[in-house]
Structure formats: C-alpha cells, structure tokens
Ligand binder design. Structure first.
Ligand SMILES: Nc1ncnc2c1ncn2[C@@H]1O[C@H](COP(=O)(O)OP(=O)(O)OP(=O)(O)O)[C@@H](O)[C@H]1O
Ligand SMILES: [Mg+2]
Length: 353
C-alpha cells in the first residue's frame, strides 16, 4: 500500500514574503494519479519537493503507506521524481542514465540490463540507448528522465511537468501511453502540470492550486463542470468558463437589458453567471428564451467552431458545430442550458449554491 497522505503542509522560503505552500492537505489513494494544476509560481514544485524530501516543510506531515516520512531523508523514501528540468547526466549514455538508480542500489548487472531494456521499450528509447544526452532532442531527453524514474518501480512517482518539452503530437500520444503505463504498474502518482487539458485527460483526480493553496480537488469533470470559484472556472478548460454580470429577479436572469428564465431555486440579487462555451445552444433565428447577441470573431477549430459573441457590452465564447454557418457581425440567439449554469458571488468570486 502506498497511499500518500499530506496534512497541513506549510513552506515559506527564507526571505519569502508569502508562504509558497500553505495549509495543504490531500490524500492520494494507492495506485491513484493525482494531478496538481495551477498557474506559474503557485507552489506546485515546492509541494512535490517536500513530498520527495528535497525541501523541509515548516509545518505539517507527510505519510506514505501510513508511515510518517516527514523527516526521512530522500533516499529512504520509496519514491522517484521526474524533475521539471529533467536533469539527465550529460556524460552517461541513455542506458547508463536509465540504469543509474539501480546501479546505486547495487543491483546485479544482468538485472539492470533487463530492466533498462524494459523501461526503454516502454518509452520507445530502444534505438537510442548508446547515445549521450547532447545527441538527443528535448523530448527524447524528457523520456529518458521518465524511464529513469519508472525503472526503479517506486511505490510513489512524483512527476513535475514531464511532458513540457514534447511537441503537441508527441505529447498527445505520450499522455495516453503514460496513463496506461501508470495504471498497469499500479504506481501512486502525483503529477504536476500547468496544462489544463493534460490535467483533465490524465488525472483520476485534479487538485487546483492558487497562491500556495489547494482551492478545489475532485474528479476532473466534476471540477470542470462545477468550479468552486471563478478562479478555477477561468483556469480549467479551454476556452475558460464565461462569466457574465447579471441580476436574478422574479425567476428571471436579467442580463444587458434582456431576460431569460432562471433555473429553479435561484434567489434574487446580483450574480456572475458561469457558463461553458459548449453548453450554449446558438441559433441564427430568434427564440423567446435566448439572448440576442452579435458574432464578433469566428475561429474554426476543425472539430467545432469557437465564436466570440457580444451580448450588449459583455463578451463570451460559444462553441458551435463546425458546419454552423456564422460570420463576424451576424446576429445570433444564445440559449444557455439551464442545467449547466453556475452562479457566483460577484464580490467573493465563490460559487453560490
Ligand atoms: N528556492 C527558492 N527560494 C525562494 N523562493 C522560491 C524558491 N523556489 C520557489 N520559490 C518561490 O515559491 C513560490 C512557489 O514556487 P514553485 O516553484 O513551487 O511554483 P510552481 O507552481 O512550481 O511554478 P511553475 O509552474 O512556474 O513551475 C514562487 O513564488 C517562487 O518564486
Ligand atoms: Mg514548478
């Protein structure tokens, strides 16, 4: 069992004005993949380095498989880390890079060779084993770093943006392979990214961080569909969730002088309406419960088309089918799906329930 349990973890760097990580608690179940997602500087790497034992927390505890490892040195923790900068050894071949940790453990040469071959196969590095890092592309080097971590078959794998140097296509392929690989190996994994598409596709659970804190954690689609705040809704998803200023009054949502029915139970008062681009039904013909809008920008994505529309003075993104005919300046009627509308407090930015 390699459940990772973090409680009340805190870290302020010497001279740091604010904590890099504050009051972070999270549990990663045995074999689960938790994705940590958040903007640059929010504390993702710091949190990972504390789990790895490379940074000392100011407060809080870290348990792996029930044992308190908060003060154990890194090498006594059964985990491997893939660093954001994929530090590979420049003067060792790919094979010796991958086998390095096993050699340090005094594993028999035969066994090292077999395991290196296995890990290289998984990461499609078989033909590169005799090369030196300088002779590899950034993406290949990154795969060496992943192989080097996986070959140790750790209970816990910590990965800090391991795909950041792969091109879009390789990243897409590798993401799916990595997901399968980790599931097959049953490794507990904490995976850091600031790419929200990667977070949604890879994670069994996603924890969104902001300024050192976990602001929401849950199943990817749960967080996507019901963000706890406008920060989360604006960060997770491409395009970000739309937020529109409105007033709820007498069972209706009033927005830019127009009225559409409010979902049941919505109380009167000013709100920010949270609505995802793909939950708005657009039409070129007038409808009673739809908002009158004008198309401003039309962006075909191939699988769908993204329209930036203006409702009065407010802008929103609407996803329409690829074969929907629309041009800038066209009149549009937009009907948000009532079951997918969210309400946020305009003062705090937090979800109203
Ligand atoms: N060694 C350090 N000394 C002082 N401050 C640091 C140190 N490392 C990180 N910080 C600060 O701590 C905060 C969190 O940094 P961290 O590297 O954990 O962010 P991150 O979420 O990993 O960002 P990124 O997505 O850019 O990698 C930042 O404000 C950063 O400037
Ligand atoms: Mg980082």
């Amino acid at each position: 069992m390699a459940e990772v349990e973090i409680t009340g973890l805190e870290k302020t760097y010497p001279g740091g004005a604010r904590p890099a990580v504050r009051a972070v608690s999270a549990t990663v179940a045995d074999g689960e993949l938790l994705v940590l997602l958040g903007p640059s500087g929010c504390g993702k790497t710091t949190l990972l380095r504390m789990i790895a034992g490379l940074e000392t927390p100011d407060a809080g505890t870290i348990r792996i498989g029930g044992a308190d490892i908060t003060h154990l040195p890194p090498r006594e923790r059964d985990l491997s880390m893939v660093f954001q900068s994929y530090a590979v050894f420049p003067h060792r071949t790919v094979a010796r890079n991958i086998g390095f940790g096993l050699a340090m453990r005094k594993t028999a040469r035969r066994e090292i060779e077999a395991k290196v071959e296995w890990a290289a196969g998984l990461l499609r590095l078989e033909d590169l084993l005799d090369r030196y890092p300088a002779q590899l592309s950034g993406g290949q080097r990154q795969r060496v770093a992943v192989a080097r971590a996986i070959v140790m078959e750790p209970d816990v794998l910590l990965m800090d943006e391991p795909l950041s140097n792969l091109d879009a296509l390789l990243r897409l392929q590798f993401r799916a392979e990595l997901k399968k690989l980790l599931a097959d190996l049953g490794t507990t994994c904490v995976y850091v990214t600031h790419d929200q598409v990667e977070a949604l596709s890879l994670g069994e659970r996603v924890a969104v961080m902001d300024e050192g804190e976990i602001v929401q954690a849950g199943a990817p689609l749960e967080v996507y569909d019901a963000p706890a705040s406008i920060f989360v809704g604006g960060f997770l998803g491409s395009p970000p969730m739309n937020f529109l200023e409105a007033v709820v009054d007498g069972g209706a949502i009033e927005l830019e002088g127009q009225r559409i029915p409010a979902p049941p139970g919505w109380t009167a008062g000013p709100v920010l309406i949270g609505v995802r681009a793909e939950t708005i039904i657009a039409s070129g013909t007038e409808a009673a419960d739809a908002l009158r809008a004008a198309a401003e920008v039309v962006e075909p994505l191939g699988s769908a088309t993204l329209v930036t529309a203006l409702v009065g003075g407010q802008r929103l993104k609407v996803q329409v089918p690829a074969d929907f005919t629309v041009a800038p300046g066209d009149r549009l009627w937009l009907r948000p799906r009532p079951d997918r509308l969210g309400r946020y407090d305009p003062r705090t930015g937090l979800a109203l329930t």
